[in-house]
Design a binder for this molecule. Structure first.
Ligand code: AMP
Length: 421
């Protein structure tokens, strides 16, 4: 049967089997977040356009879903949750003791060209650690992302960078904040920055330096190389020292990483250490997590408060899990209760309600005859069938059939609650 309607481009219907897998993964991630002391918040699906466009970056602004509501307010569907969560913090929590640790799960909207792993409605799960200016806060945030992904059995690569390094080199060469953002944006998209750097008026030597630094990828030695190249720039050296401290702490925490000083991140508000996680086994859309250090509270009208956070792209996390492990559909222990005649329906309903006190259970709703009900139970993966028949019921019994072992026995209805389904 086909409907006259189809879902909007870039959106998905999520069917029960996938939904069960999703909820399981979400639960596991939630447990890790809570284990580190984070507490869940929820924000509106739409926000004032200005909150979203302030310091969000060209990429985000280009892909916004926005509209005027009936009162003429400029509204945007949230494209991510960091700005909304920081707004919530400013409105409700800014006077509470630091650090403030918040986590969220929510849908986001971006008008992008849909492809596998890139949708117009997608889900993010993330955290924000608000108020600590220290490297141990950054190390903990990165470690949390790593442990949450390890907890669900995913194989991935972590890359760590520092957006301030490139920005500061560009700044010292005379690039305005706006021009710096343009260059970072182009690097993030993997575009050639040669013409752009020349247009902005960056001198040839500095252009070369920007190229070299943005191409520095590797292990610990990479950091030493960068320090040698930049030893005359005090501001940048302070950033690299700090990055070094974060990496040392991560090593203590058992986290393996690659350094990548070319990570630019698509969002303008990042200001220091940044990181990205790529899932193994996914195609072009393999980035499953992005995060780093930023200060948004000042942009929102308050005191500058150092914050570090990240967001997982949940849809990609699930795609990656499926690609890597062929994630089997979740199989729950389920019981099917089958009355052998219509007269026994009320008894069957009562038995269902006894079982539902402690296990999931379904009533045979299509009035199938017993043999068809058994093959249905078999095909659908029910673990047990309870057959409610006249003769047994008179004695206070039902028949319990174990579908896996293919055995059956009579059970006293009063003893049903003792059975481990
Ligand atoms: P961002 O807020 O851009 O840092 O993105 C955080 C994460 O969200 C990314 O690492 C992706 O996994 C995921 N993501 C971003 N855009 C999309 C999209 N259009 N469809 C699916 N996942 C996305």
């Amino acid at each position: 049967m086909r409907s006259n309607f189809s879902k909007p481009r870039g959106t998905r219907d999520i069917l029960p089997e996938e939904m069960e897998g999703r909820r399981k993964v979400e639960e596991a991630i939630r447990r890790v977040f809570e284990g580190y002391g984070y507490r869940e918040v929820q924000t509106p699906t739409f926000e004032h356009l200005e909150l979203i466009t302030t310091k969000s970056g060209e990429e985000i602004r280009r892909h916004l879903y926005h509209f005027k509501d009936k009162s003429g307010r400029e509204i945007a569907l949230r494209p991510e949750l960091t700005a909304p969560v920081m707004r919530l913090y400013m409105e409700e929590l800014s006077h509470t003791t630091k650090p403030v640790k918040l986590y969220y799960f929510g849908n986001c909207f971006r008008y992008e060209r849909p492809q596998s792993g890139r949708y117009r409605e997608f889900w993010q799960a993330g955290i924000e650690l608000i108020g600590s200016p220290y490297p141990e806060a950054e190390a903990e945030v990165i470690a949390l992302a790593v442990y949450a992904l390890k907890g669900i059995g995913l194989k991935f690569d972590l890359q760590i960078g520092e957006v301030g390094v490139l920005r500061e080199i560009l700044g010292c060469s005379g690039a305005s904040d706006e021009d710096q953002a343009k260059v970072m944006n182009a690097i993030d998209k993997g575009e050639d920055i040669d013409i752009l750097l020349t247009e902005i008026g960056i001198p040839a030597d500095d252009r070369k330096l920007v190229y070299t630094i943005s191409g520095l990828v590797g292990g610990k030695k990479t950091l030493e190389k960068a320090k040698k190249l930049l030893e005359n720039n005090e501001g940048v050296m302070a950033r690299l020292e700090r990055l070094s401290r974060v990496l040392e702490l991560l090593e203590e925490l058992g986290v393996t990483y690659q350094l990548n000083l070319g990570i630019a991140r698509g969002l303008d508000y990042y200001s220091g250490v940044v990181f990205e996680v790529y899932a193994q086994g996914l195609g072009a859309q393999k980035q499953i997590c992005g995060g780093g250090t930023y200060t948004l509270t000042d942009v929102l009208g308050g005191e500058p408060t150092p914050t570090c956070g990240f967001a997982f792209g949940l849809d990609r996390v699930l795609l990656a899990l499926e690609a890597q492990t062929g994630m089997a559909p979740v199989k729950k222990t389920r019981v099917l209760v089958v009355p052998t005649s219509e007269d026994l329906l009320e008894d069957a309903v009562k038995i269902c309600s006894i079982i539902r006190e402690y296990a999931s259970c379904e009533l045979e709703l299509m009035r199938r005859k017993l043999s068809r009900a058994l093959s249905y139970a078999n095909n659908e993966g029910f673990s047990f069938v309870i057959i409610v028949g006249d003769e047994e019921l008179e004695r206070g019994y039902v028949v319990l059939r174990d579908m896996e072992k293919e055995t059956q026995r009579e059970v006293n209805i009063k003893e049903l609650h003792r059975i481990k389904f």
